[in-house]
Design a protein around this ligand. Structure first.
Ligand code: ADP
Ligand code: ZN
Length: 728
């Protein structure tokens, strides 16, 4: 008879949320039950780590049976679905990241797995024999047959906590766990649907049909600003709810989307679940769990929501799909819009990409027939699109020391006189982007980055917008010591605010930038004040470009329309066009008064300005495509960037040179660089860049993997791989 073998059990693979090469082998003891997707605790070095049982592929170098360590415990959490495991593997392979680093995003944080603690409260003990004072009587009455927290009993009965504690000590009440309330109320598909106008209804029907098929498909929902795209895709969300599947909406700036959230609640009678980086860890746990158990029918989130454990995802909406905020730039470098399409495919779900100014990537996919395409050409309420004019600063310069041209000032005056609101847009925080010594010419620069320090006058500090370094604004030049010699060069929103306060002292002003609108509460308050006409003039950074709906806003002035066009970025033009179109779209959204947009520019003949003035985005994209296609630039070819960085300038340079020497060659591929990266010094690291360009159809991942293996980069140098880079 065999003696029980302590080493009995099955070999399994466990992926750990750490940047390791792959899954590790463990032994699952007989007494534990776990399958692919189970969350398990395993020993790792001297610690215990949480991991996920991964799929049963052979490990290429299996560890010896005798050295296998045992799984310690299986967590009572819902197993990770095969679809999500495949997404993790897919994203890892595509971005050349360790699968564990991607898994980490899917686990959000190991603590998310813990069962949300049931809150405890008190319950009445029937037939308890203890004296019932008048206060105790009131408390028992307030408690009734419920389970309530002590503070709640005291509050409802109007007695002190001492009374409640006394009741507990004499056995009148006993501790009890409160039932876990349904984490998220179900949105009701037909709670308050709007009457869609004809073109909206046609678009909505197309999306509905896509959702009903329960098959994978991507649709581009394109519509001018204010055309009612949101109402159309909310109709698709309603259909998804009727199908009993979950829906995910990705928004680029979830923390500022208070108008969106209240609209959702009016439409569905319940709020959606939320997912973004500022949630408390408890909310995170509750939400993660609710999603995993199918109890969160609709979730709205930032890009990381893409890795939540939906058991049955039927619809993914990517609103403002052209936004660069969907690109994650550190850790696992991925584009949430592209990965949303991948997840939708794995889930047999519908993916809807929404924009007034879709990216050339998406438009190209639609034109090639890979994506369906529905459009809303008209604004709601019959509102006209704003007229856009270029204001040539060479011909109509501002007065000395000012940044607003007389024509713009005049337009503001007229707007305010009509009792309407005006907005000035400048995509630059702070007072001035550069501070210069007028005696010696010294420019104040960040010690850690290739960047000027930006003056924030209200705080009397200088700030680096790349690494966060700040220092008090010096009184004398740090180089030559001359006092009162430092002068601000160029405007930021604070400086425009100052100019406005001199020009329009009576006007009520509001600055909207990330430092003045730090979160949802401030955003909601700002929106309320604008809607309630407590504000005449809004001065803002790109925050104001987001989907706000301000009915009384009729004039938009762009202080520096050329701002985004400098630099060698492939998409500088496209992105500037999208941003300015978005900003312009805030004007004249409500019928009666048409909106007007003035672009202050030194190059009115630039294709971006011409396209904005002529309202010809398709024409602009066509010209872009014609420029990019011959050189196989994206989306007509593939790009990947290698960023080599080190605190040691020479080490970084040497590694970049070595990578250059080991560069792959072959038909249809080309390596550009090495060259100093756009921010040659960032957070104290010296950076060089190499770009791999490949013709469409060539898979860049194996080429990159082979290249990195051959180059043998030394430890003190970091190499970041960025497949499909967006800013370069
Ligand atoms: P977009 O997202 O295309 O910029 P919105 O969805 O924000 O446009 O719609 C603009 C405005 O028109 C919003 O105030 C919205 O509530 C309103 N709206 C759109 N469609 C309808 C509709 N069918 N019925 C009533 N109001 C609508
Ligand atoms: Zn810096």
């Amino acid at each position: 008879m065999a003696t029980p073998n302590r080493k009995a059990g099955r070999r399994i693979r466990v992926l750990l949320p750490l940047p390791l090469e792959g899954a590790y082998d463990y032994r699952l003891p007989l007494e534990l039950a776990a399958g692919p997707g189970s969350f398990v605790e395993v020993p790792l070095g001297g610690r215990v780590s949480l991991g996920v049982v991964w799929d049963d592929e052979e490990n290429p170098e299996p560890i010896a049976e005798s050295r296998l360590r045992e799984v310690i415990a299986v967590k009572p959490a819902p197993a990770m679905h095969a679809n999500l495991r495949r997404l993790v593997d897919w994203v890892a392979a595509y971005t050349l990241s360790p699968p564990g680093a991607v898994l980490r995003m899917a686990m959000s944080s190991p603590s998310a797995l813990e069962e949300p603690a049931a809150a405890s409260g008190w319950r009445r003990v029937e037939g308890a024999e203890a004296r019932i004072t008048p206060d105790r009587g009131k408390a028992l009455e307030a408690l009734g047959g419920h389970i309530l927290p002590g503070t709640e009993i005291a509050r409802a009965a109007g007695v002190s906590m001492g009374v409640v504690r006394g009741m507990a000590s004499v056995g009148l009440i006993e501790p009890a766990l409160m039932p876990r309330a349904a984490a998220f109320p179900r949105p009701i598909p037909d709670f308050a649907p709007p009457d869609l106008r004809d073109e909206q209804q046609i678009a909505a029907n197309a999306l509905r049909e896509a959702v009903i098929t329960r098959r994978f498909g991507v649709t581009l929902l394109e519509g001018v600003t204010g055309s009612g795209k949101t109402e159309v895709y909310l109709d698709a969300v309603a259909q998804c709810l009727r199908e009993g599947r979950q829906a995910l909406v990705l928004l680029p700036e979830i923390a500022l989307s208070t108008q969106w959230l209240s609209r959702f609640e009016r439409r569905f009678g319940a709020p959606p679940a939320l997912w973004h980086s500022e949630l408390s860890s408890r909310t995170r746990r509750v939400t993660w769990r609710a999603v995993a158990e199918g109890d969160a029918p609709v979730l709205v989130g930032a890009r990381s929501a893409l890795f939540l454990p939906f058991p049955d995802l039927g619809l993914i909406i990517v609103d403002e799909e052209h936004e660069t905020a969907f690109k994650q730039e550190d850790g696992v470098i991925y584009h949430a819009r592209d990965m949303a399409v991948v997840r939708a495919r794995l889930e047999a779900a519908t993916c809807v990409l929404v924009s007034a100014t879709p990216s050339l990537e998406t438009v190209t996919n639609a034109q090639a027939g890979r994506y369906a395409h529905v459009t809303l050409p008209n604004r709601h309420h019959g509102a006209a699109l704003p007229t856009v004019e270029a204001l040539d600063l060479r011909q109509y310069p501002p007065e000395r020391g000012r940044f607003l041209a007389p024509l713009l000032i005049q337009a503001i005056t007229e707007t305010l006189a009509r009792g309407e609101q005006a907005m000035l847009f400048l995509n630059r925080r702070g007072y001035a982007p550069l501070t210069l010594c007028r005696t010696c010419g010294h420019r104040l620069q960040c010690p850690n980055c290739t960047a000027w320090l930006v003056e924030h006058r209200a705080q009397r500090r200088l700030q680096c917008h790349h690494c966060g370094h700040t220092e008090p604004t010096p009184l004398a030049c740090v180089e030559c010591g001359t006092e009162h010699s430092l002068v601000p060069i160029g405007p930021g929103v604070e400086r425009i605010q100052e100019e406005i306060s001199e020009l329009f002292p009576e006007a009520r002003r509001l600055v909207m930038a990330s430092d003045t609108i730090p979160g949802p509460a401030a955003a909601a308050e700002a929106a309320r004040r604008i809607e309630d006409r407590e504000v005449d003039l809004i001065i803002g950074t790109q925050i104001v470009a987001k989907g706000w709906h301000f009915p009384h806003l009729t004039l938009v002035g762009v202080v520096d329309a050329d701002l985004g066009l400098a630099g060698g970025d492939l998409r500088a033009g496209e992105r500037t066009m999208q941003l300015l179109h978005q900003v312009a779209g805030r004007a004249g959204r409500e019928g009666s008064t048409p909106g007007k947009v003035l672009l202050q520019t030194f190059s009115p003949e630039h294709p971006v300005m011409m396209a904005l003035v002529a309202d010809d985005m398709p024409g602009f994209l066509k010209a872009e495509a014609a420029q990019r296609a011959p050189g196989h630039w994206p989306p007509f070819g593939r790009l990947a960037a290698l960023i080599v960085s080190s605190e040691d300038a020479r080490a970084a340079e040497r590694a970049a040179r070595d990578l250059g020497l080991a560069a792959p060659t072959g038909a249809g591929i080309q390596v550009l660089g090495p060259a100093p990266a756009p921010l040659a010094l960032l957070r104290g690291r010296h950076r060089h860049r190499l770009l791999l360009k490949a013709e469409r159809g060539i898979r860049v991942q194996p080429i990159l993997a082979d290249w990195l293996a051959r180059a043998q980069i030394r430890r003190e140098v970091r190499v970041q791989v960025d497949v499909d880079p967006v800013g370069f």
